[in-house]
Design a protein around this ligand. Structure first.
Ligand code: GLU
Length: 469
């Protein structure tokens, strides 16, 4: 599949002006999958030319987001601002070729032309397109592309198919502002060219820039990359993804307890698919990924589906890794932790993880096992402890105490035999559950006993009984 003469080079080019958006993560994933699929490279460019809005924290959020997602670029990142001289050199080259010109319109003249252009339903035109400035002119000016005014600029989009833009509807793009700074489209073209980018796969909010960028490529005599514009990610209601849909930032998904491999799997399905496959490995996604299979309709974030995928990966995840993630959540909650928390998590996680859709849910499911054995019974629970029930629990404790092994299957057998002898689970189950759960959610009784182990289980029963004497 890979062409040794022109290996595929993809990139993402996020602007570091806030959080790392989930749409950027999805673009990174698709570029990464395509690069891996073709044996090419996946690069990162930080588009930090907006000096007011770019921040080091936002740059760090992009690095951290890609690291977390497991989508690290194949080379050191390129910082766009540091390349301003290259962008200016490209503009000078265009001037020398006659493909760009200096435009001396004043602010007022431009405002008037804008008015006229709006009234006549046409783009802004500069009189300097066809006029030479007198030699020695030193007035403030911008540099504009001498864009074609006839015909169409055709984008053969890898996702959307052929999209034609009428050249007469496009103005002569400013390449260099009056203060000497390069504009966005020029910088993108010069950088993509210098980075050897062969495929620009980005959100379709950039489609309108593409004819502009193609015109710059043509004017510079460079062959343009192929373009593929991805449908945006919308919320479950079909509206553009926003805060009220729950989350937008990659870091929020991490904080909500989604696993990176689940995010990769789920995000791959947002706009791309391989038949009806919902769950697949990275290796499968890499083998299957074709840009032609990306759909052009907007993708909707579907929380139940994401939860389903995440639950699958939590089930597969290594218990030690899950324990470390649960510990992070517990620490962030400043929860009081028993000294043997590691051992308790190691016993409990395998018994409860099946039911967890996120690491936050998993944390809630292990809390019962971390409570002190003398946690006071809730008032409501106290009513369960009739004399009869107390006597039964004492018999149960003695019975369990004799168990040669303390596994959930052994506990299951013991409880069943005990229940049969005592006239059913209803005779002691609710009280035992109140004791073991200690005010939290708890799994079935046998699993709860196994998670708590012999010492803690018997201590909880004894403590509870002493509380209701
Ligand atoms: N810097 C642009 C953005 O953050 C991306 C430009 C591109 O991918 O060409 O939306």
């Amino acid at each position: 599949m890979s062409d040794p003469d022109s290996p595929v080079v993809t990139r993402i080019a996020p602007s570091p002006t806030g959080m790392m958006h989930i749409g950027t993560a999805r673009a990174a994933l698709f570029n990464w999958l395509f690069a891996r699929h073709t044996g090419g490279k996946f690069l990162l460019r930080i588009e930090d030319t907006d000096r007011e809005r770019s921040t080091p924290q936002a740059v760090e959020a992009i690095f951290a987001g890609l690291r977390w997602l497991g989508l690290e670029p194949d080379a050191a990142p390129v910082f766009q601002f540091s390349r301003a001289e290259h962008h200016r050199a490209a503009a000078m080259d265009l001037l020398a070729r006659g493909a760009a010109y200096r435009c001396y319109m004043t602010v007022d003249e431009l405002a008037e032309e804008r008015e006229r252009a709006r009234a006549e339903g046409r783009p802004v035109r500069s009189p300097w397109r066809d006029r030479e400035a007198p030699p020695g002119t030193n007035a403030p000016h911008v540099i504009r592309l001498r864009a074609p005014q006839d015909g169409d600029t055709i984008v053969d989009d890898l996702v959307k198919g052929r999209v034609a833009f009428r050249n007469r509807e496009l103005d002569d793009l400013i390449l260099i502002r009056a203060d000497g700074t390069p504009t966005y489209n020029l910088a993108v073209v010069a950088d993509d060219h210098d980075m050897g980018v062969t495929h620009v796969i980005r959100g379709d909010d950039h489609l309108a820039n593409t004819p502009r960028q193609m015109q710059i490529y043509q004017a510079l005599g460079w062959s343009p990359p192929k373009f593929g514009h991805l449908p945006l990610i919308h919320g479950p209601d079909g509206a553009k993804l926003s805060k009220r849909h729950g989350a937008q930032a990659v870091s929020e998904f991490a904080d909500m307890g989604y696993l990176p491999e689940a995010m990769r799997n789920y995000l791959a399905r947002l706009g791309w698919g391989h038949g009806d496959d919902e769950i697949f490995s990275d290796a499968e996604a890499i083998a299957w990924f074709e840009i032609a299979d990306v759909v052009s309709a907007p993708a909707r974030l579907d929380w139940p589906k994401l939860n389903h995928v995440n639950q699958h990966y939590i089930r597969l995840a290594d218990d030690t890794r899950l324990a470390a993630l649960v510990m992070d959540v517990l620490r962030s909650r400043e929860a009081h932790l028993p000294h043997d928390v590691a051992a308790r998590l190691a016993r409990t996680i395998p018994l409860v993880k099946e039911g967890a859709k996120t690491v936050l849910e998993l944390t809630d499911l292990v809390l019962f096992a971390l409570r002190p054995h003398d946690t006071p019974l809730a008032d409501k629970a106290r009513n369960l402890f009739t004399e009869e029930v107390k006597a039964r629990l004492a018999r149960l404790a003695a019975n369990l105490g004799d168990a040669p092994e303390w596994t959930s299957s052994a506990m299951h057998e013991r409880l069943k035999t005990f229940a049969d002898a005592e006239g059913g689970f209803g005779k002691f189950g609710p009280a035992l559950r109140a004791i073991l759960a200690a005010g939290a959610v708890a799994p079935d009784l046998a699993s709860a006993l196994a998670a708590l182990d012999r010492g803690e289980s018997l201590a909880r029963i004894a403590d509870a009984l002493s509380q209701v004497q």
